[in-house]
Design a protein around this ligand. Structure first.
Ligand SMILES: Nc1ncnc2c1ncn2[C@@H]1O[C@H](COP(=O)(O)OP(=O)(O)OP(=O)(O)O)[C@@H](O)[C@H]1O
Length: 368
């Protein structure tokens, strides 16, 4: 097969590219320039796609002995991922930009271009496993190394996309991948760790959002209101700094009347009101999901598990598909602090069935 290996400049994608080449594929490496304003991490900013990242990817491609190119997708990334991230926060929701990037950039823009150029598949260093299913469809499963499993952020991929994907690391453990990189001469020695959201250089989401959104309507600040007493406990300078379930950084001027810690329960972006309340008010056992995407056949209903955030637990759940793109989820194990905008990824055992964007949450009497 002709394979395009997406090389970030990190260890994982370098080993993934090396394995793809070793297994006989005709591999070409590409690095995606995703930042409109690439910096050097030596200047203190370990953000998205630094100049060093591109050089590291090129060096790895040289060591493996494959051709290498840089594709500038920075405008597309900005429009589809960064602007969406800002708009979602401005609307009081909590988006996951990595899912969005996989859906719109790596397995859409990149894959489309790869197929146009005559490649058969795109290989990445994501930790997830692809297997042939009994029905002839390709199944995606959790990685062997559960600490590194990235099937959650790949839950948006369709059968068509999976059919043109390779995840050579899915059956490996990270320490073994690192050792293999060393053996192959692919280790990148002095690189600082990347942060969760690649374009937020220092990991300070609230600071980054304040710089981008602060002061603009409807992000002009508002009241922090107590759900229990109805009292105004403080003021804030923008709803973008909050996410459902957040406890730290609430800047509540005085304690709640009952003296118990307060958590964000609701964000009203138009009025700017942030409602806070005690921890038990965060528990939910009903989720409505929209924009569902399916990895294979669309199920009518199933009993399986859902994962509600990138590094979150699985919750046993009953899922009913109410239209091809909407789902109703009953959590048999309640969850806490679930925010609209996050993805609910649906599993049947280790197999990813699909995903939906959380539109609303609720709870039954039993939880009240
Ligand atoms: N700028 C980029 N250019 C090309 N491919 C990329 C880029 N960023 C990410 N990828 C691809 O997406 C995969 C997952 O990205 P993620 O940011 O989660 O990387 P990671 O787990 O830290 O892996 P790595 O060690 O390769 O950076 C990478 O392994 C790589 O194949």
């Amino acid at each position: 097969m002709r394979v395009l290996a997406a090389m970030s400049g990190g260890v994982d994608s370098a080993v993934a590219a090396a394995r793809a080449a070793e297994s006989g594929h005709d591999v070409t490496g590409i690095h995606l320039a995703l930042s409109r304003n690439p910096k050097s991490y030596r200047s203190g900013a370990r953000g998205c796609c630094t100049i060093e990242d591109s050089n590291d990817a090129r060096r790895a491609a040289d060591v493996i002995g494959i051709p290498f190119y840089v594709w500038d997708l920075s405008e597309r990334f900005h429009e589809d991922v960064v602007e969406d991230f800002m708009a979602e926060y401005a609307a009081g929701r909590t988006p996951n930009p990595c899912l969005r990037c996989n859906e719109k950039i790596k397995f859409a823009a990149v894959l489309d271009r790869a197929l146009d150029l005559g490649f058969d598949a795109v290989a990445t260093g994501h930790y997830a496993q692809l297997r042939a299913g009994d029905d002839g469809l390709i199944e995606m499963h959790r990685a062997v190394d559960m600490a590194k499993d990235q099937s959650y952020v790949l839950g948006v991929l369709t059968q068509e996309q999976l059919a043109h994907s390779l995840f050579p690391l899915g059956d490996s453990r990270k320490p073994d991948v690192r050792a293999e990189a060393e053996r192959r001469g692919l280790l990148v020695a002095d690189k600082p760790d990347s942060h969760d959201i690649c374009f937020v250089a220092d990991g300070d989401n609230a600071g980054w959002l304040r710089e981008k959104l602060g002061g603009q309507a409807p992000n002009h600040g508002g009241e922090i209101v107590d759900h229990v007493s109805g009292e105004v406990l403080g003021r804030h300078d923008g709803t973008y700094a909050f996410t459902i379930g957040q406890r730290k950084g609430l800047r509540i001027g005085r304690p709640a009347p009952d003296g118990r810690p307060r958590f964000v329960l609701d964000i009203e972006p138009v009025s700017g009101t942030v409602t806070v309340g005690p921890r038990e008010e965060l528990r939910v056992d009903r989720i409505s999901g929209i924009k569902a995407r399916w990895c294979g056949t669309v199920p009518e209903s199933l009993e399986g598990t859902v994962q509600l955030r990138a590094h979150g637990n699985e919750h046993r759940a009953r899922v009913r598909v109410t239209a091809p793109s909407t789902v109703e989820v009953v959590l048999l194990e309640p969850a806490s602090g679930i925010a609209p905008g996050q993805a609910a990824v649906i599993y049947d055992g280790t197999r990813v069935v699909g995903s939906a964007t959380i539109a609303a949450t609720d709870r039954t009497e039993a939880l009240r």
